[in-house]
Design a protein around this ligand. Structure first.
Ligand code: DGJ
Length: 725
């Protein structure tokens, strides 16, 4: 990456070059810089000044005499007609109409920082744009310091605003609800503001905080796209605005009022941008790589993702040690490597957790269910060669608990307003040090006195009326206090992994992932739904951190009945686990599960370092992806079918991400699952014992034809690079 200044006369330009991309920033008369270009690399000697000047737009009748700059922080005080990047008011409601001037552009090791000042208010601004070492993801953040004497209330501080190229006319973003996360919606960028705001105290099931901008017709393997993700769970606001002059801008930030007293600094939060001219897959490659290098910190020796067994959908709150031991034995036999004891293990002498109405907060082992504590179960699990994980939900409390009775003042419960319960529970105010200390003490005790190397950290309700005891907003501070608590645990228990779960995928973002190791994508263990969600979430998250479990034959949340093969293959493409009553398995199902678990274990090493691409579908019911090893010498194609095919036979599926000149031997791993009532005849070398060998070019340009599928099924194609003689 290179950051060059060209400071001739009153136009100054800088460029950020990184891995095939160039961003050119320009400042006129020491105004806040604006993006003059953002796209594929420009030649090293490009005349930046000429480029910036060539972007000057005409002034038209009926408009101001100057086109207000769409700077990195558009300002109302400069006549910007759209959404300003900063909004702040004094105690009497007077807005600060800032006119920031650039003071200094600083070359950072991996980016640029623009230091700016507004002499009227004494406000100081720093706009950061960085490509952290080796990454193709652009991190952007804004800092605002009050060096003046006025107390400001800041209602909006955006990360540096970036323009969206005119060719990208579509927004792709997410809707959803519980068990239906990552439901993509597409809409045009139009005139005016399209705003997504989340004030739920967690990212929510309904809007993973991201927006993708794409040119029409862009698919997974082709077309230009850019994506922004805002890395914060507590509260987010992101907007794309089409201005009357045709320019379009994107902003993101917390969206919670912040108090900026003299001498204080506040930040906007961090946005993460990826840009691709290789379709949406290009975004996935960059984000996945970024998360691996810069976000997730696994304990040193724990990069191999063990197969989980989670007992939730087997026993729910009905914990019986003997039964759990039996489930653990069965799980180990099928190949599980970690047993996770879910909700229901805790309570006091008086009250246990037998349903979801009580005991949250009482983090003691329920001696009615576990007369000798958790140790006998842990010992059993360890004898089976498995590790032990435990469910907790530290941020929450039931009114029916010893904790709530002892410390009603610890609840997030504003005076004189009635707080709304969610799943019969309330939220603890973590910004109160006594609360965080209590939770730390309980978790530390659990981790010190038991061989637990994994916490499933749940969070099952929105934060409503989120203010502290004095009535000040809490969403930002509560999230920061959570991060501090997670960090404290990690510091003292560095071998413990933590999963971020919030009724499934209610809390997923790069902010919480900096402090955790895995996300629970959804409470839906329905492979049909999971396959769709996972094929969206992969755009931002690498497979090894996306928990994916083989659920019950008869799905508990959707009622669908799905084959074991389909369930297991879907789970294999994430961090695999089982979550069902294993006593329901018949011999054939157990055999199938064992087989795919073994394949997962044999291949997870390269799959979890590899590149994951979605394949552009051949038919609407097809949903396929390929995972390619880092050296592109191994791959698996997971060719799923979610509905009854509309055509009379299958069409070739074109692969991607291979070396065109390499020769690969490919074969259908699960040819034994061809159903004669779907495929009558299929004479294709793909199902011969040795498969067939084709160049990467042929596999990508001509493709492979799989047998005719039943709905909710998956073909697994394996490819290995062959040495040429
Ligand atoms: C919600 C989680 O998403 C589930 O997996 C399970 O852990 C329950 N909570 C337990 O209450």
């Amino acid at each position: 990456m290179l950051a060059n200044g060209d400071s001739k006369a009153s136009l100054e330009c800088w460029r950020l070059d990184h891995a095939g991309q160039t961003i050119v920033l320009a400042s006129r008369q020491r105004e806040l810089p604006e993006v003059a270009y953002c796209g594929e690399s420009l030649p090293a000697g490009e005349n930046l000044k000429a480029l910036a000047e060539s972007r000057n737009r005409p002034i038209t009748p009926g408009t101001l005499d100057q086109l207000a700059p769409l700077s990195l922080l558009p300002e109302e005080g400069k006549g910007f007609p759209g959404q300003p990047g900063l909004r702040l008011f004094d105690a009497e409601g007077r807005p600060a109409l800032t006119q920031f001037a650039l003071v200094e552009a600083e070359n950072l090791e991996h980016g640029l920082a623009f230091h700016c000042q507004d002499s009227g208010s004494g406000l100081v601004l720093t706009l950061h744009l960085t490509f952290p070492a080796g990454s193709r993801v652009l991190e952007t953040t804004t800092r605002l310091t009050n060096r003046g004497g006025t107390d400001w209330l800041v209602s909006w501080l955006s990360v540096p605003a970036l323009p969206i190229d005119g060719a990208m006319t579509d927004i792709i973003e997410y809707a959803g609800r519980w068990t239906q996360e990552f439901n993509p919606i597409k809409l045009p960028i139009s005139r005016g503001v399209h705003l997504r705001e989340n004030r739920r105290g967690r990212t929510g099931h309904d809007h993973f905080p991201a927006m993708i901008f794409a040119e029409p017709g862009a698919g997974f393997t082709r077309g230009c796209a850019a994506a922004i993700h805002f890395g914060f769970s507590g509260v987010h606001r992101m907007l794309v605005e089409g201005l009357p002059d045709g320019r379009r801008q994107v902003q993101a930030g917390y969206g919670e009022m912040q108090h900026l007293a003299p001498g204080r600094t506040i930040v906007s939060g961090t946005a993460f941008w990826a840009f691709s001219d290789r379709g949406l897959n290009g975004l996935a490659l960059d984000f996945q790589d970024y998360v691996r290098r810069h976000i997730i910190r696994f304990p040193d020796d724990k990069t191999v993702r063990p197969v989980h067994y989670n007992c939730w959908e087997a026993v729910y709150f009905d914990h019986k040690v003997e039964e759990l031991m039996d489930l653990a034995t069965r799980a180990a036999d099928l190949g599980a490597e970690r047993f996770v004891l879910d909700d229901g293990w805790f309570g006091t002498h008086e009250l246990g957790r037998n349903d979801d109405t009580s005991s949250l907060g009482d983090w003691f082992v329920d001696t009615r269910k576990y007369p000798d504590g958790l140790q006998p179960l842990i010992d059993h699990v360890e004898t089976l060669g498995m590790r032990f994980g435990l469910w907790v939900e530290p941020e929450m409390v039931n009114l029916d608990s010893a904790l709530a009775r002892q410390h009603p003042e610890w609840l997030m419960m504003p005076a004189h307003v009635k707080q709304v319960p969610g799943r019969s529970q309330y939220v603890l105010n973590l910004t109160n040090p006594a609360v965080s200390d209590y939770l730390y003490e309980r978790l530390d005790w659990l981790l010190r006195t038991h061989a637990i190397d994994y916490l499933k950290w749940d969070m099952n309700r929105d934060l409503t009326l989120a203010v502290d005891s004095e009535g000040f907003p809490l969403l930002i501070r509560q999230t920061e206090a959570l991060w501090a608590l997670l960090e404290r645990i990690r510091q003292h228990h560095p071998d413990v992994e933590i999963e971020s779960c919030a009724s499934g995928g209610g809390r997923i973002d790069f902010g919480v992932l900096r402090h955790t190791h895995r996300i629970w994508l959804s409470d839906s263990n329905d492979a049909h739904e999971r396959w769709q969600m996972q094929n969206q979430a992969f755009l931002f998250l690498p497979p090894e951190i996306v928990g994916s479990h083989v659920g019950p034959r008869h799905c508990h949340t959707s009622g669908r009945r799905l084959s074991m093969s389909f369930r297991a293959l879907v789970a294999m493409t994430g961090h695999m686990g089982f979550e069902m009553d294993l006593r329901e398995l018949d011999a054939a199902e157990a055999e199938t599960l064992k087989r795919y678990t073994a394949i997962y274990k044999e291949n997870r090493d390269w799959m979890h370092k590899g590149r994951q691409y979605r394949l552009d579908g051949t038919a609407p019911e097809t949903l396929a992806q390929i995972i390619v090893s880092p050296e592109a010498d191994r791959f698996f194609v997971f060719a799923g079918t979610l509905d009854v095919p509309g055509d009379e036979t299958t069409a070739p599926l074109k692969l991607t991400g291979l070396r065109p000149e390499a020769r690969y031997r490919v074969k259908l791993v699960n040819a034994d699952e061809i159903h004669r009532s779907a495929t009558r005849f299929y004479k294709n070398p793909l199902i011969e014992p040795g498969g067939l060998a084709l160049s990467g070019a042929a596999l990508m340009q001509a493709g492979l034809v799989t047998p005719f599928p039943f709905p909710d099924s998956m073909w697994l194609i394996e490819g290995r690079r062959e040495e040429l003689p």
